[in-house]
Design a protein around this ligand. Sequence first.
Ligand SMILES: C[C@@]1(CC(=O)O)c2cc3[nH]c(cc4nc(cc5[nH]c(cc(n2)[C@H]1CCC(=O)O)[C@@](C)(CC(=O)O)[C@@H]5CCC(=O)O)C(CC(=O)O)=C4CCC(=O)O)c(CCC(=O)O)c3CC(=O)O
Ligand SMILES: NC(=O)C1=CN([C@@H]2O[C@H](COP(=O)(O)OP(=O)(O)OC[C@H]3O[C@@H](n4cnc5c(N)ncnc54)[C@H](O)[C@@H]3O)[C@@H](O)[C@H]2O)C=CC1
Length: 170
Amino acid sequence: MYFAAFLNLQNKTCLVVGGGKVAERRIGKLVRAGAKVTVVSPDLTATLAEWAEQGVIVHRDRQYQAADLAGAQLVFAATNVREVNDRVTDDAKRQGVWVNVADNPDACDFIVPSVVEQPSVHIAISTLGASPSTTKALREALEADLADGGRRFYEQLEHLRGKGLGAGNE
Ligand SMILES: C[C@@]1(CC(=O)O)c2cc3[nH]c(cc4nc(cc5[nH]c(cc(n2)[C@H]1CCC(=O)O)[C@@](C)(CC(=O)O)[C@@H]5CCC(=O)O)C(CC(=O)O)=C4CCC(=O)O)c(CCC(=O)O)c3CC(=O)O
Ligand SMILES: NC(=O)C1=CN([C@@H]2O[C@H](COP(=O)(O)OP(=O)(O)OC[C@H]3O[C@@H](n4cnc5c(N)ncnc54)[C@H](O)[C@@H]3O)[C@@H](O)[C@H]2O)C=CC1
């Protein structure tokens, strides 16, 4: 069982290990949330290189070492090398820093959901690590439905209420 939460990462220091596709997705979300991001990786995607160039993120242009964790409040192990991700995970747990591991759901202290962003409501979706592609598909289906008026979403809510599962029936 997971504890669901929305984190306030404004000015919190986050370390991302690896500079590939998954790291870029993580960092995009972290930067939007106002976190201070340091990425350690011997290479970066074009977008990450641009952000580093602009000073949006800090880039340590080398392989990960344990000292990189100093000052980090969250860490994301997102390399394509299992042994490196394992090492980051072990180091983080030893130092009491919460870690998300891209290739090992069981080792994650927290997992990243899909989020449907409406102007004043954010809906986070998770399969609790079981099927990330299902999570993404659910987000896309919900976004498409809401863009089309949300009929199916609201019908489903009505249906759940009818079964005693909705608001006011707890
Ligand atoms: C456990 C978790 C840990 C974590 O990352 O926090 C995790 C783990 C893994 N993902 C893998 C693969 C893919 N993940 C995606 C996409 C997303 N993955 C995300 C979250 C999570 N992924 C966490 C659980 C989420 C939940 O609870 O459901 C999303 C929701 C959020 C985000 O990443 O921002 C984002 C969708 C965002 C959106 O668009 O809405 C795609 C599709 C794509 O990239 O287009 C693929 C390729 C297709 C496929 O293989 O399914 C693999 C296998 C890697 C391999 O094969 O080597 C593992 C490892 C494993 O499962 O063992
Ligand atoms: N959780 C998720 O949502 C997903 C997870 N994955 C998993 O995530 C991992 C990363 O995937 P991608 O970003 O596509 O890989 P990628 O190959 O695009 O990027 C890997 C990055 O890690 C860096 N790296 C390798 N060794 C390093 C070291 N010792 N120190 C620092 N950086 C190092 C590389 O230089 C590269 O920048 C894979 O293990 C994959 O299985 C893949 C898709 C989605």
